[in-house]
Design a protein around this ligand. Sequence first.
Ligand code: SF4
Length: 328
Amino acid sequence: MPPIVEVDRLTIAFPDPARGWRRVVDGVTLNVEEGEAMGVVGESGCGKTLTALALVRLVPEPGRIVRGMVRIGGQDVLAAGERDLCSLRGGFVGFIFQEPTQALNPVRSVASQVSEAARLHGGASRPDEDALAIRLLAEVGLEDPERVARSYPHQLSGGQRQRVLLASALAADPKVVVADEPTSALDTVSQQRMVELLQELRQRRRLTLLFVSHDLDLVGRLVERVTVLYAGETVEVATRDALFAEPHHPYTRALVQARLAAGGFGERFPTVPGAVPRAGAWGHGCRFAPRCPYAFDRCLEARPALTALGDGSMVRCFLVSETEDADA
Ligand code: SF4
């Protein structure tokens, strides 16, 4: 069976007065099997959020997907008409965004917002809506769900609002849930609870989960495989265990080492020395070369290809494969 989420060589560009179009994502490949939990990690500016939005063609204007392939549940997203896109967005694919305060409407009750996806996609009738909202709010672990359903977002804590968003994402009974930094606005205890809740929901509902985060430690608690993005491209894909035990790409290695140095869950956010290059200002060679302790001459001249290693993992580095990227 093909993966339920398939992304190949995704390229997203924004207008640039000096250069026409500036590519901010250029070479993201991502495959997620049905029922799998996949982590997408990388520092800010690596293209994680744009990739997540591109799954349902929600790249913000004036950005455009200029190349690549995106299929969800076998459907070609880039060729889909508006009706198919509507049923994907919030229907087949549920989204949880990082900032619940912005994602929730301050002047609408929680019940009406939670049941909105069911109304749009599942045809839930008015009398059923409140009952559905209360059931979903209970499912995501909110105490006194009747009271929460009658509340407005400002009457809830940050952790409660994030759970409300999760309940909304589940309302249309999605097959795939995309969680984009869903814990970044939460304290450490709430983060841990959210991870446990996602794990429970995933198993109970047999969800496919795409968990997007800058926090490799958090990702490691939830997923089976990890896709590492750097400067708008995929640089490594591996099982969680292989990635932590023996990362191949120097960037992944730096992330894993930074995680260990940070002391584990809830500690100060680990960092990798240096900075991600400005989107689109990548030069011809390997995009990680300016920060890579192993860089050699060829790394500055050619872009390595994302190469399959045969065990299901993939790496983009000349230390692992000499193949150059034909699209560079
Ligand atoms: Fe480092 Fe070269 Fe590998 Fe890039 S290709 S990650 S610069 S060794």
